[in-house]
Design a protein around this ligand. Structure first.
Ligand SMILES: *Cc1c(COP(=O)(O)O)cnc(C)c1O
Length: 407
């Protein structure tokens, strides 16, 4: 046989995602399949919807999973909400803001982007001024952008959008479960996520929630039922330009009609359900506090090693720390050695930060004291081999001080 069974090396994933899965999620994903309309299947879908309403802090009936990675959720939301020609405003502060622009353009939108330098967030007043000027049908924004490790405050944005007749979409993939997040309280109309960050699952399922206003837009663009266009019916010019990501059809599949669309990815459903169960068992606030504690210990640890953090610390995400690569050090060589000798993965950066910043995550299953301390100890050892004058035990001691202070 040319290929042996899958046997991945033991890794501690301390990058910006994916991270090592919760063992319970792994276990849930090894459960047997049932048929697409088996009462167990439909009941499991309904349970999962209820779980994600809690995770998103929403009462939105339209809460479900899009099958695909987080980007599938983003694309489903944008292609279903944007009618070609719509004006869309994207306040952009990192890589994933660029992705929103790219997808919105492909949806035929007239896209207006505003920018702040990477590592900073917007003053809500600047977004309000842009909304007044652009008069968009949709504002699309990222909550926590792992590419820059900062989170945009969203409070107040919903009210601004409502006042000016715009829908508000948010990508919360990187922040949900580890940072305070409130769909209804903040007036968000469409929110999408993924499992591979603070939710501690694999990539491949994109939880999404839609307000009644968002559902009304989607319903108004519905052109076909159950994927069948009646012969002779005219093709609507404003119909949703995707079949797979047509949230009108996906809602009919998850809703009481249970109209066939795709075959739900059963194994991902089991995984997504378990991720939500773990999060809600711990409690949303407790999970955010845990991410804040271990992210804070990691930040103190890298500072204790004499390294400089990247980005606006007042707005930093709890679950990922940006670290400036010391002068003269080849960032990718350090990462390669951490992986080869210690089995630990940390992240590189994109675009303007490439080669300048590492990103170290503490999220989901790996938002743990032992994972933080082992990573800091290994980083110290590797940095010393690369000629950096790091204080002995400086990282672990600073992290332990954070733990002692919190105890
Ligand atoms: C990690 C991340 C994603 C991931 O998208 P995938 O399609 O799952 O790779 C999306 N958005 C943000 C803000 C992220 O940080």
């Amino acid at each position: 046989m040319p290929a042996g069974p899958i046997d991945p090396p033991a890794r501690l994933l301390m990058g910006p995602g994916p991270i090592s899965m919760y063992p319970r999620v792994l276990q849930a994903m090894s459960a047997q399949l049932v048929g697409q309309y088996d009462p167990f299947m439909t009941a499991t879908m309904t349970e999962t919807q209820a779980l994600y309403r809690e995770v998103f802090a929403t009462r939105n009936e339209a809460t479900l999973l899009v099958d695909g990675t987080s980007r599938a959720g983003i694309e489903a939301a944008l292609v279903s909400l944007i009618t070609p020609g719509d004006r869309v405003l994207v306040p952009r502060f990192g890589r994933f803001g660029h992705l929103l622009v790219e997808i919105a353009e492909r949806c035929g939108a007239e896209v207006h982007a505003i920018d702040v330098p990477w590592g900073e967030v917007f003053d809500p007043a600047a977004i309000e001024a842009a909304v007044r000027e652009v008069r968009p049908a949709l504002v699309a924004i990222v909550h926590g952008d792992t590419s820059t490790t900062v989170a945009q405050p969203l409070e107040g944005l919903g009210a601004i959008c409502r006042e000016h007749g715009a829908l508000l979409y948010c990508d919360t993939t990187a922040s949900l479960g580890g940072n305070d997040f409130r769909t209804d309280e903040w007036g968000l109309d469409a929110v999408t996520a993924g499992l591979q960050k603070c939710l501690g699952g694999p990539s491949g399922s994109a939880p999404i929630t839609l307000s009644e206003r968002a559902v009304a837009v989607i319903e108004s663009r519905k052109s076909i039922e159950a994927g069948i266009r009646v012969e002779g019916d005219p093709v609507r010019q404003d119909r949703i330009r995707s079949n797979y990501f047509d949230l009108g059809q996906i809602l009919d599949y998850w809703g009481p009609k249970r109209l066939n669309h795709h075959t739900e990815a059963t194994t991902m459903l089991y995984g997504a359900r378990e991720c939500a169960r773990i999060l809600l068992e711990e409690g949303l606030d407790a999970s955010v506090a845990r991410h804040r504690l271990h992210g804070g210990a990691m930040l103190a640890g890298v500072q204790g090693l004499g390294l400089e953090p990247f980005g606006d610390l007042a707005h930093r995400m709890t679950n990922v720390v940006g670290v400036r690569i010391p002068e003269g050090v080849v960032g990718d060589a350090v990462r390669a050695e951490l992986l080869a000798d210690y089995g630990i993965e940390i992240g590189t950066s994109f675009g303007p930060l490439h080669g300048k910043v590492w990103r170290i995550g503490t999220m989901g299953y790996n938002a743990r004291r032992d994972a933080v301390l082992v990573t800091l100890a290994a980083l110290e050892a590797v940095l010393r081999r690369h000629g950096v004058g790091v204080p002995t035990g400086g990282g672990t001691e600073a992290a332990l001080d954070v733990y002692r202070a919190a105890a």
